[in-house]
Every structure is written in structure tokens, then in C-alpha cells.
Ligand binder design. Structure first.
Ligand code: C5P
Length: 228
């Protein structure tokens, strides 16, 4: 099964508190979005990569990502994540009948085994995403009061890449647009359209870089993995 990866990098990354969009911050000598692109370039099933970036970064990102094999397009994103994904979907070559992977550029340490596992799962059932079990007890809190304790055995944290056969994602998105629904990830669009989403084991190394602490953690991972 062949795959095209859409890297979404058009968020502002406000929780990082930096003066540049998060995906363009440096991680041990390489911007996050370039590291993520390199990870997909290395995965055997991935034959094309689309990057979705802030309007002001299109030119810079095009130059940055130009050496990445299989780069199809660098396009501006939209206001919401789902708008950015839609812009990326428009760049998938017509007639493509494989798996579309949507990945947060803010998860630069994704690796080939995880990517291939998602591609296989999506190829089999139409949609797949990596999940991690929750380690903390989870509460529902209203204002400053705990109102419920959830059964964490029924819960999981969703990672990316989320993979879909193209027609599954396209029709789920069409329905979400028609119904004017905001989805927080692509799988949610498929779930509400009644499609099955397979959960495959995620990886702690595939952490989303959200805060300066996450970036420091990732620096340690990269530097530990590649001794100077
Ligand atoms: O904000 P958060 O970290 O959840 O964003 C997840 C990913 O979605 C990031 O890689 C971010 O750049 C991307 N995104 C986007 N367009 C938006 C909002 C978020 O591409 N409008």
C-alpha cells in the first residue's frame, strides 16, 4: 500500500511562547518540520509529501524542504487544523488510491515502524491511528470542582500520523463541512461519519512538542540517539 503524507505545520504554537511558528523552531540543528519530513521520506510506503504551513512561511518552507525526496507541494494552511488538512488534501495527486497520512509537524521524532503500522492498519480497515494508554487517572472538572472520575481503561491518547484510505477521509470531510462541524482530529470526522478507525500502538517517542519543556526533552532524545 502506497501513502502520501500531509504534514500540518500551520498552527501558531502559542503555548510555546516563541516568536516563530512552532514547526519552524530548531531541534538540534534542524527545524521540526524538516525532521518530520525526513521521517516520512525514510518510510518505504511514502511516495509523496505535502507540507501545509503559515502563509508567511510558504517561501521559506519551500526552500527548506526542497531537498526532501517526494515533496509534492508546500501550501498555506487555514484557520483551523481541519482547514489546513483540507488544503493539503487538494494537493494529493488525482487518481491516487492509497493511504493519506496526516501528521503533526510538531511530532518530529516519529519513526518508520510506526508510520508503516498506521499505513497497514488504514489499508486494512480504511482508517487507523496510534494511541497510548493513559497513565494518570482522568477527572472531568467544571470550574475548579471535580465532577467525575473517568475509567481510564476505556480511554487512550491519540497521536499522529492518522492514516486513511483517500476516499474514506474525503467523504468524512465532506460530511463535516456540510454539517458545519469542527473536528479536533481527522479520525473524529470518520467516527462521526460512522466509519471504523483502527487503534494501533503509539510510541512515547512520538511526543507532540507543545511547550519549551517538550523541546528540551526532544533535544535530549536527539542528542542521546546521535552522539556528537
Ligand atoms: O495546536 P496543536 O499542537 O494541537 O496543532 C497540531 C498540529 O496541527 C501542529 O503541527 C499545527 O501546526 C497544525 N495546525 C495547522 N493549522 C491550524 C492549526 C494547527 O496546520 N490552523
Amino acid at each position: 500500500m502506497k501513502a502520501v503524507a500531509i504534514l500540518v505545520a500551520a498552527g501558531r504554537g502559542e503555548r510555546m511562547g516563541a516568536d516563530r511558528p512552532k514547526a519552524f523552531l530548531d531541534l538540534a540543528g534542524q527545524p521540526l518540520v524538516l525532521r518530520a519530513a525526513r521521517a516520512f521520506e525514510a518510510a518505504p510506503s511514502v511516495e509523496g509529501i505535502v507540507a501545509v504551513v503559515p502563509e508567511a512561511e510558504v517561501e521559506g518552507a519551500s526552500a527548506l524542504l526542497q531537498p526532501v525526496a517526494g515533496l509534492l507541494a508546500v501550501v498555506p494552511g487555514g484557520a483551523r487544523r481541519q482547514d489546513s488538512v483540507l488544503e493539503g488534501l487538494k494537493q494529493v495527486p488525482s487518481g491516487f488510491d492509497g493511504v493519506v497520512l496526516v501528521h503533526d509537524a510538531a511530532r518530529p521524532l516519529v519513526d518508520t515502524p510506526l508510520i508503516e503500522c498506521v499505513v497497514r492498519g488504514a489499508g486494512e480497515v480504511g482508517a487507523a491511528l496510534p494511541v497510548l494508554p493513559l497513565v494518570d487517572t482522568v477527572k472531568r472538572v467544571e470550574n475548579d470542582t471535580v465532577v467525575e472520575t473517568l475509567d481510564r481503561r476505556e480511554l487512550a491518547a491519540a497521536q499522529t500520523p492518522q492514516g486513511f484510505r483517500l476516499e474514506v477521509l474525503a467523504s468524512a470531510y465532506e460530511a463535516a463541512i456540510r454539517d458545519r462541524v469542527t473536528v479536533t482530529d481527522e479520525a473524529m470526522a470518520v467516527e462521526r461519519a460512522g466509519g471504523r478507525v483502527k487503534a494501533v500502538p503509539g510510541s512515547p517517542g512520538n511526543r507532540k512538542i507543545t511547550t519549551p519543556e517538550d523541546l528540551a526533552w526532544a533535544e535530549g532524545m536527539v542528542r542521546g540517539a546521535v552522539p556528537a
